[in-house]
Design a binder for this molecule. Structure first.
Ligand code: HEM
Length: 355
């Protein structure tokens, strides 16, 4: 991976036809030609076909939406959406390739979760309510304590974002996370796309919205944070099961051992402490391991332990330890919900990438 610095200025998403001025998106003068998004490089080895501008895509959700006057009585169909479906599909192929070569599944899942997990259901306005809006690409948010290390995930995503300019960061982060779960052997997530990006660092959420791993009352803390996002006990337990993937690194979060027998040889950068022995495989072993607490080389955070200590959480944790199918079903639903928290979709109902 050749790291690129995170963008310091808000990259404007190219939109061929905007119905109205949005914050950060000046209205086009009616006489202006429609700007065309940059053509993709023909030399790009993994781009299977040339991708056109957003107006040429064929998804059907609510389109054509609106006619926009372009002067002297003429009008054109407005075919803009937050992200181009064809480019999202092509980006998904690139993400699969990246996963195969770098084994970065866990950090991509954490990236998606930390972009969406700032959501506050008690705030109506977008983007003040936080959530899946691409704000995590800005330095100010990447520097929040909870996001330690996620700059590495952005460095992995940036070349894909550059290659596919007509997708939003918000969609890319969630696409990468869902693809990582699926490629690691997890369930298919019923995702929708079309998330609009925030345009500047001043739209980032304040620090402190994500959960702590070691609060004094872990179950109460989890409820405080996840209920604020509109999620319930079942969803808290199911989503915690994402820790079946990945490692904690003391130099990032302060949690975990520098290395264990499961992490000392990678794959990927060696080190850290995982929750499960096979930490690149998505299954229900997280629940089995934290129930048993039998292996000193495996991590159990205070918030993980709470899932078997709190009576209401325990019902689900026991169920998922015994029944992987039940875990996969509830995880897929909860992940899809998490991925849309706080998001503003364009078109409003979002769109699926499934054919
Ligand atoms: C329930 C509250 C949660 C707490 C307190 C928590 C805390 C943590 C901590 C401390 C780390 C280690 C970070 C590092 O040192 O690099 C971590 C990693 C991770 N978290 Fe969570 N997390 C929570 C929920 C979630 C959820 C809901 C998801 C996804 C749906 C998730 C996905 C991950 C993944 C995949 C990693 C591994 C990242 C890597 O290997 O690079 N976590 N989490």
């Amino acid at each position: 991976v050749s790291p690129q610095p995170p963008p310091s200025a808000p990259p404007l998403h190219p939109a061929p036809c905007r119905p109205a001025a949005a914050p950060g998106h000046p209205a086009l003068p009616s006489s202006a030609p429609h700007p065309r998004p940059p053509r993709l490089s023909a030399s790009s080895a993994s781009a299977p076909r040339p991708l056109g501008p957003p107006r040429s895509v064929s998804i059907r959700f609510g389109w054509p939406r609106k006619a926009k006057s372009v002067g002297r009585g003429r009008s054109v169909r407005c075919m803009a959406a937050a992200s181009d479906a064809a480019q999202l599909k092509a980006a998904r192929e690139d993400i699969r390739e990246l996963l195969n070569t770098t084994h970065c599944h866990p950090i991509l899942v954490r990236l998606g979760w930390h972009d969406s997990g700032t959501y506050d259901k008690n705030i109506n306005d977008w983007p003040e309510r936080g959530g899946a809006n691409g704000s995590l690409r800005f330095d100010v948010e990447l520097k929040h304590g909870a996001n330690a290390g996620l700059v590495n995930a952005l460095k992995l995503m940036q070349p894909i974002k550059d290659k596919y300019p007509s997708i939003t960061y918000a969609d890319l982060f969630q696409l990468a996370s869902a693809t990582a779960i699926e490629e690691a052997g997890g369930p298919k997530i019923p995702m929708k796309y079309g998330r609009v990006d925030v345009t500047g660092p001043e739209q980032c959420p304040p620090e402190g919205k994500l959960p702590d791993a070691g609060p004094s009352a872990p179950a109460d803390h989890l409820r405080l944070v996840f209920y604020r996002m509109g999620l319930d006990d079942k969803e808290i337990v199911a989503l915690s099961g994402a820790h079946t993937l990945g490692r904690s690194r003391p130099e990032r979060s302060g949690w975990g051992k520098p290395e264990t027998k499961y992490t000392k040889n990678g794959p990927g950068a060696p080190g850290g402490q995982s929750w499960t022995a096979e930490w690149l495989k998505f299954d229900n072993s997280y629940f089995k391991e934290i129930k048993e607490k039998r292996d000193q080389d495996l991590l159990v955070l205070p918030t993980d332990a709470a899932l078997f200590e709190d009576p209401a959480f325990k019902v689900y944790a026991e169920k998922y330890a015994a029944d992987e199918e039940a875990f996969f079903k509830d995880y897929a639903e909860a992940h899809a919900k998490l991925s849309s928290l706080g998001a503003k979709f364009d078109p409003a109902e979002g769109f699926s990438l499934d054919d």
